[in-house]
Write a protein that binds this ligand. Structure first.
Ligand code: SF4
Length: 347
């Protein structure tokens, strides 16, 4: 029996071997899928998400669209691994990269998860779009070996783009995968991948390595600071850290202020029990959110910081502090604070 993809480009037997491919939404992992498909292997792409990559925050997603992958005959599964990731990131066994990116442990975690899912999808092995020598931390030869070993994937992990520079896997030895049709790419250059994108008709792919905020030089500083301050940060906290201006007030309260209407709306949607919303009664200011407040927190200071970012700058402002879902509303008349005060609390 045969099944066909919607645009009839690919015909595959339902008895063909299945590979779970770790998919980043980018070009290299899509090429890995195409190389295996060309051998008659069926692909299920696993797209892991955490608050640091993959989550939809309402902005432009830096991944190939699900529709585009579907048209390439790639089944796409979005899998949330936030809980286990948040535990790992506090103390990654193999340390951090240049910023707060725990790349080796991140890859180990994803490969291990995929290996544990093989049976569920009746799949035979796991593949990735890794290229030997492309990334300084996680794609060195020794790192690739560590990832395979520590994820429990020995012999079951294929890197089709660099396979010819790596020892043959069990799948190649057993004849499930034809090694002669795999590639021997290495290094940071993109020329070969761009040529392969043309060959396979892969369009509109994102720039490499753009989607992980842990590797962002500015945002990673905020993440590091906040994880040191309160290690029990959860998904909502981490998503909140990715937007707006952030302040830790002297009493320990965490204040977040939207930078534009999109962020204001997003901040409102993320308010939860215990949070306090701030806005200007005049209606033209940003939205703020106070979290982790204690009794006796400095509401005047929070209100003064909010006023500082009002679109219309006036001397005296009225700021409304409310607890959404309750009648608990308080107003404060205050002045915008000075730049010096802002700089003392901003993170
Ligand atoms: S850049 Fe981010 S998503 Fe990529 S391997 Fe490193 S930690 Fe993981």
């Amino acid at each position: 029996m045969k099944i066909q993809s919607p645009n009839h480009q690919i015909t595959k037997s339902i008895k063909s071997p299945i590979s779970l491919v770790l998919h980043s939404g980018g070009l290299d992992s899509t090429i890995a899928c195409k190389i295996l498909q060309a051998q008659g292997i069926q692909i299920i792409a696993l797209y892991f998400i955490t608050p640091f990559f993959g989550y939809k925050l309402g902005g432009q997603e830096k991944i190939l669209s699900e529709r585009a992958l579907f048209d390439h005959g790639i089944e796409f599964k979005r899998i949330d691994i936030s809980d286990v990731y948040l535990e790992m990131i506090k103390n990654p066994e193999h340390g951090y990269g240049k910023h707060m990116n725990p790349c080796i442990d991140c890859r180990i975690l994803m490969v291990r998860k995929a290996i544990n899912m093989l049976r569920e999808f009746n799949a035979s092995f796991v593949a990735t779009g890794e290229v030997l020598g492309q990334r300084p931390m996680s794609q060195r030869r020794d790192a690739l070996r560590i990832i395979e070993r520590d994820s429990g994937a020995e012999g079951q992990l294929l890197r089709p783009l660099s396979a010819l520079h790596l020892p043959p896997t069990d799948m190649e030895n057993k004849g499930l995968v034809d090694r002669s049709k795999l590639l021997g790419l290495t290094g940071r250059g993109r020329k070969d991948q761009i040529a392969l994108a043309g060959k396979y008709g892969i369009k509109d792919y994102p720039a490499p390595a753009g989607g992980c905020v842990l590797a962002d030089p500015i945002l990673s500083l905020r993440f590091r600071y906040m994880f040191e301050l309160c290690p029990e940060l959860d998904v909502n906290d981490c998503l909140l850290m990715r937007m707006g201006r952030h302040f830790i007030l002297p009493d320990g309260s965490w204040l977040v202020i939207g930078r534009d209407q999109r962020e204001n709306r997003k901040i409102v949607s993320m308010i939860r029990e215990g949070d306090i919303k701030l806005d200007l009664t005049a209606g033209y200011g940003p939205t703020g959110l106070l979290r982790k407040t204690r009794s006796g927190f400095n509401a005047d200071l929070a209100a003064g910081i909010l006023c500082r970012y009002a679109r219309v700058r006036r001397r005296l402002e009225e700021v409304r502090l409310s607890v959404p879902g309750t009648e608990n509303i308080k107003t404060i008349k205050t002045f915008p604070v000075s730049d010096e005060t802002i700089n003392k609390s901003r993170i």
